[in-house]
Design a protein around this ligand. Structure first.
Ligand code: NAD
Ligand code: TYD
Length: 358
């Protein structure tokens, strides 16, 4: 039975990945989820799996060398899937330090612990041990013209403290692969959306605000473009890269689903109105009057777009969920989990929101 060490599994993509993996492999695998439970981590995201015998949660900081090494000493880890990170660009603009600490130094701790546990005396590595570093397309910078795409060979050009910290962590992983032949892969994925996303990111924030009749803040002219991928497709891509990809390679994950932010907001408004029953009171206030153009994000990247050619050709992965379907699944999930959203958006979130959007 393979044992996975998943970092950041209580966050958005990590929790979706854990759900995906248990759906796919059921009791054939064991998952240990290590998470510090920052504001972005929520064990309620894992309610469905918490009682499984082949699942264990450990609350720890990936920067804590001792705690991470202990996990490797006590368990024969076969796969590391490293999600844990500070992940929100706006927060990185206000407070970059924690991004460098978690994303760069935390990744270094993970690399060292895995290397220590997996390395033989002669410098080779034990068979079938693999580390997958989950990264972002934002490391490639910003595209200005239609028809340009990010390839695995696109030079890194990060602009925000978030993307700079992710780029640094990618470089560390590359250096371990190059220097030690450390058995790893890197995936650089485009913007994800779907269940369990924290409502500081565009799509859940718009759904949540629209349902409450609050303003929908659009940065700048609303024409910045992101390439949106349904989170389960990302989870599947990660698993396929780890099992079928060539070691030491980087794979871009994403899928030609570029949309301007304002388009996304309009689609959400239309879909909400279609999905809510006719007698739902909220239908009265869900319309374009809620849209409010606000000051642009500092250093706002204009356009991201992934060319997924390599992962498609080598591994056979492609995005399966059309945006029209994915957004309906996402909105349905938010309808069905209103209480969870209520819990998440009380307390600290209110403080964050007031400061961010004052
Ligand atoms: P998230 O913010 O929802 O979750 C991050 C998780 O990491 C949380 O559970 C948090 O508690 C945990 N964490 C943070 N600091 C930690 C620490 N020091 N020690 C242990 N755990 C810690 O993030 P997400 O959107 O799920 O992103 C996961 C990964 O995927 C990140 O590495 C991110 O860079 C990458 N990524 C995200 C997207 C996206 O669209 N969200 C796209 C591409 C890549
Ligand atoms: P976000 O979800 O924060 O992801 P990222 O910045 O990592 O791409 O933002 C997606 C896009 O939406 C980005 O261009 C910024 C924009 N945006 C808004 O216009 N208003 C908002 O309130 C937020 C959170 C984002």
């Amino acid at each position: 039975m393979r044992t996975y060490l998943v970092t950041g599994g209580a966050g958005f993509i990590g929790s979706n990945y854990i759900h995906y993996m248990f759906k796919k492999y059921d009791s054939e695998i064991r998952i240990i989820n290590v998470d510090k439970l920052t504001y972005a981590g929520n064990l309620a995201n894992l309610k469905d799996v918490e009682n499984r015998e082949n699942y264990e949660f450990i609350k720890a900081d990936i920067c804590d060398n001792e705690a991470i090494n202990k996990i490797f000493e006590e368990n024969d880890i076969d796969r590391v899937v490293h999600f844990a990170a500070e992940s929100h660009v706006d927060r990185s603009i206000k407070n970059p330090d924690v991004f460098v600490k978690t994303n760069v130094l935390g990744t270094l701790v993970m690399l060292n612990a895995a290397k220590h546990a997996w390395e033989n005396e002669d410098g080779s590595f034990k068979a079938d041990k693999k580390f997958l570093h989950v990264s972002t397309d934002e490391v490639y910078g910003s595209l200005e013209n239609d028809g340009e795409f990010f390839y695995e060979t696109t030079p890194y050009d990060p602009h925000s403290p978030y993307s700079a910290s992710k780029a640094s962590s990618d470089m560390l992983v590359r250096s371990y692969m190059d220097t030690y032949k450390f058995p790893a892969n890197i995936t650089n994925c485009s913007n994800n959306y779907g269940p369990y996303q924290f409502p500081e990111k565009l799509i859940p924030l718009i759904i949540n605000n629209a349902l409450k009749g609050n303003k929908l803040p659009v940065y700048g002219d609303g024409k910045n473009v992101r390439d949106w991928l349904y989170v389960e497709d990302h989870a599947k891509g990660i698993d396929m890269v780890q099992e079928k990809g060539r070691l030491f390679e980087t794979y871009n994950i994403g899928g030609h689903n570029e949309k301007q932010n304002i388009e996304i907001i309009n689609i959400i408004l239309e879909t909400l109105c279609e999905m809510l029953p006719d007698d739902d009171e909220r239908k009265k206030h869900i319309n374009k009057d809620l849209i409010e153009y606000v000051e642009d994000r500092k250093g706002h990247d204009r356009r991201y777009a992934i060319a997924p050619d390599k992962i498609k050709e080598e591994i056979g992965w492609y995005p399966e969920t059309m945006f029209e379907d994915g957004i309906r699944l996402t909105i349905k999930w938010y309808f069905d989990h209103a209480q969870l959203m209520e819990n998440v958006t009380s307390g600290d979130y209110q403080k964050y929101y007031q400061e961010m959007y004052k």
